[in-house]
Write a protein that binds this ligand. Structure first.
Ligand code: CA
Ligand code: CA
Ligand code: CA
Length: 307
């Protein structure tokens, strides 16, 4: 009898502590952006397309092999860009100086092949960009945008968007699309602490100074994560038919590239939602016309930070 009462008490205590734990949010720990991801110590969930908090890290485990965009995307035929956009993991942690991200994908055919985007919506904030860091199509300057042809629903309007090209370049844009930080190498950055470095090509570690992105303590962030192939430091266009340097299954060709998103994979609750959202573009729209872009509404992860 005593034992049973003890067990019941223990169960009640565990239930209360897990509620308290969830309400407390992500506590986090420090990370070194040093070309080695062994300081990310949390364990992902068993199940795909599932988020978990483990050892002070938010961990999204994405499905394997869902890197087909709206459903039919294929990679270019050149082996350099024939893989590498299959998102596997997205992790978040933080300390009093930085917010840290880890994006892990399938290993690319070459170090320069992938491009990745992170869009951050802070719950409760209204001003934000819905066309994600698109940039000026007359310039096609990667400093100015990702040229991925994607937008998010008003409910996900982003205060910050981060674009990561290949293994060592990164830009950050604010709510108005202004470039506010750039890094072009592990030690080459215009903003102290704004750092990116890869581990074995397939994972990138990122540090964003709190001075730049804001203190997340007590906040909830909805984060959109997308992956594709890289071309001139922005997203590589997907065509209707695959060529040596362009994937297929989308719209257009080298003359008219189409309004389809250049995203192969999203951190999305299911492949069904991912395909529906990436497929929501207007095929008849001209390339670069935001009215024709697909809209992301439910493909994001939610991270609540401890106070
Ligand atoms: Ca590290
Ligand atoms: Ca994936
Ligand atoms: Ca996915």
């Amino acid at each position: 009898m005593k034992l049973r009462v003890g067990l019941v008490t223990l169960a009640v205590m565990l239930a209360i502590s897990s509620i308290v734990f969830a309400a407390e949010g992500l506590k986090g720990h420090s990370i070194k952006v040093d070309k080695n991801d062994n300081d990310w110590i949390g364990t992902p969930a068993e199940q795909e397309n599932t988020a978990i908090i483990s050892s002070g890290e938010f961990i999204w485990k994405d499905a394997k092999g869902d890197d087909t965009g709206p459903g039919k995307y294929t990679y270019p035929t050149s082996k350099d860009v024939a893989k590498g956009a299959d998102l596997r993991e997205f992790r978040v942690t933080w300390d009093k100086y930085n917010v840290y991200f880890l994006i892990k994908c399938a290993r690319p055919g070459n170090w320069w092949a992938p491009y990745r985007i992170i869009g951050i919506h802070k719950e409760g904030e209204k001003d934000g960009m819905t066309v994600l860091g698109q940039g000026d199509p007359d310039e096609m300057d990667p400093e100015g945008g990702c040229f991925g042809e994607i937008k998010v629903d008003e409910s996900l309007a982003c205060q910050y968007v981060i674009g990561i090209a290949s293994t060592y370049k990164m830009w950050m844009w604010d709510a108005k699309g202004k470039t506010i930080a750039r890094a072009t190498g592990e030690k080459s950055t215009d903003t102290p602490g704004f750092l990116v470095a890869d581990d074995n090509w397939n994972a990138v570690e990122i540090a964003i100074p709190i001075e730049l992105i804001g203190n997340p303590a007590g906040q909830t962030w909805k984060i959109v994560v997308g992956t594709g192939m890289q071309d001139a430091d922005h997203f590589r266009e997907v065509y209707e038919e695959a060529t040596e340097w362009h994937g297929g299954g989308g719209e257009g060709d080298e003359d008219e590239s189409g309004s389809d998103p250049d995203i192969y994979d999203l951190a999305s609750p299911s492949m069904e939602i991912q395909e529906q959202e990436l497929g929501s573009y207007k095929a008849s729209a001209h390339a670069g016309d935001p009215d024709g872009f697909c809209t992301i509404k439910d493909s994001y992860v939610t991270v609540t930070f401890a106070k």
